[in-house]
Design a protein around this ligand. Structure first.
Ligand code: CMC
Length: 430
């Protein structure tokens, strides 16, 4: 009968240790008993960037990178993208189960009810420079929301916490759209609560002088699917930030602003913006082979390719390619698509990419779709943040209800100087 344990022999001392294995993991703290002598701190694991460290147990999102599987609460992403809506998926991710019809109606009604921003928030946003990056405005405004809700730090009060969660999901599209309007010098458009979550967002983005914005059903659905695909992705960089900040128990607005800042980087939520810049710089299909050579020589990264977890294919990329066709049927074909298709074709046959298991990720095509919808590149990470707000909040809730979690505090391996005496400035090297 195989034992669910790991036997370790410490060759420094000849001692044996037996560590329990649970859910395919050993507890890092179990290593601490492995000491050379009584003064030894004990063995630690060294894992920069957490490549092989589970920081939590979670029941929200399942990813199998080798098989290309993504599931929210057990439901395959393909089925959710096909049949569900973003608000329904948000309910599922936060509550753990799909809502009944009545529950979904009540949930949607509540979210819609919270879409308006306090007028002071609007004034605050107006104070940004005319050319402020919308993501900088988004991050700052979400952080500022905490000052409007003094009850928000009461995070262990379930009623208050639930309230803040609904407010955040409802208000992030409004903040996002106001950021965009600001960068265009256009008046902010207030929410239209008779529209769907995504329909209202499109209205706040693009409404001009017409009495009511006419939402294209195809674009509304495409955006809803993109939001579903981005709603959660287990312990990625920004979610880890949400949990890390959340572990010191601030209000959710402050924690979510930090998570959004982590998302902003070009290796994470900024990747689709970087993809478009890359496609623009390549300029035409004939330049693709030369660009691939530069990537292989280490001069560039092929943005939108590669993933820390998916080493076979990113299931979201497949769905997004279908969405692209539906969007282009309405908007016309984005000329950058041909460059993207050529890049993908060459890269998927090239040994450099094949041997490193580099495949198109979710962001390879999402930017091209957004651009076809007349959404500027600076807004891409903001759109990602609207969707991921749901995942961040679900993960934050899970953290707060997990008795094993404490304030996040990794260890380090110190390799700096040993103790040395202070040298006065006139005795230092010139
Ligand atoms: N283009 C060219 N080479 C690459 C790329 C790329 N996009 N990604 C990885 N490599 C190479 C890398 O140089 C390394 O090669 P070598 O072994 O010769 O040194 C090898 O592949 C392994 O790379 P890594 O940096 O160890 O991989 P990682 O798991 O740390 O990085 C990643 C994952 C997503 C940061 C990286 O693939 C990347 O920078 N991709 C481009 C940015 C991007 O598209 N990001 C969006 C990720 S999906 C959305 C999200 O989750 O936020």
């Amino acid at each position: 009968m195989p034992q669910n344990t790991l036997t370790i022999t410490d060759n420094r001392t000849g001692k044996n240790y037996e560590l329990p294995i649970e859910h395919g993991t050993i507890r890092a703290m179990d290593l601490r008993q492995i000491q050379v002598d009584d003064d030894d701190f004990g063995l630690m694991s060294y894992d920069p960037a957490f490549s092989n460290t589970a920081s939590t147990r979670s029941t929200i999102t399942f990813v199998d990178g080798d098989k290309g599987i993504l599931r929210y609460r057990g439901y395959p992403i393909e089925q959710l993208a096909e049949s569900s809506s973003f608000l329904e998926v948000a309910y599922l991710i936060l509550q753990g189960e799909l809502p009944s019809r009545t529950e979904l109606e009540a949930w949607s009604e509540e979210i819609i009810h919270h879409t308006f921003l306090h007028e002071n928030i609007k004034t605050l946003m107006e104070a940004f420079r005319y050319d402020a990056h919308p993501m900088g405005m988004f991050i700052s405004t979400v952080a500022a929301l905490s000052t409007f809700y003094p009850e928000a730090p009461d995070i262990f009060n379930l009623e208050s916490r639930t309230y803040q969660i609904k407010r955040l999901i409802a208000k992030v599209p409004t903040i996002a759209a106001f950021s965009f309007r600001h960068s265009r010098g256009l008046p902010y458009v207030y929410p239209d609560n008779d529209l769907s979550f995504t329909g209202n967002f499109l209205s706040m983005m693009f409404k001009m002088s017409e009495a009511r914005y006419k939402v294209s059903p195809a674009l509304e659905r495409a955006l809803d699917v993109l939001f579903i695909l981005h709603a959660d992705h287990e312990q990625n960089c920004s979610t880890n930030t949400m949990r890390s900040i959340g572990s010191s128990h601030p209000d959710p607005y402050s924690a979510l602003a930090g998570a959004a800042a982590a998302l902003y980087g070009p290796l994470h939520g900024g990747a689709n913006e970087a993809v478009l810049r890359m496609l623009g710089a390549i300029g035409s299909v004939k330049n693709v082979p030369g660009f691939i050579d530069r990537v292989k020589a280490g001069g560039n990264r092929l943005m939108g390719f590669g993933h820390r977890v998916y080493k076979n294919y990113d299931p979201r990329a497949r769905i997004i390619k279908q969405v692209a066709d539906e969007v282009f049927a309405v908007t016309g074909r984005n000329p950058l698509l041909d460059i993207a298709l050529e890049l993908e074709k060459i890269a998927l046959e090239d040994d450099y990419f094949v041997s490193r298991k580099l495949y198109p990720n979710v962001d390879f095509y999402s930017g091209i779709i957004y651009q076809a919808m007349a959404i500027p590149t600076t807004m891409f990470p903001v759109l990602f943040a609207i969707a991921r707000t749901v995942g961040w909040l679900a993960q934050w809730q899970e953290l707060l209800s997990d008795p094993e979690q404490r304030i996040a505090r990794p260890r380090q391996v110190y390799l700096g100087q040993g103790q040395r005496d202070y040298v006065s400035i006139d005795r230092r090297r010139s």
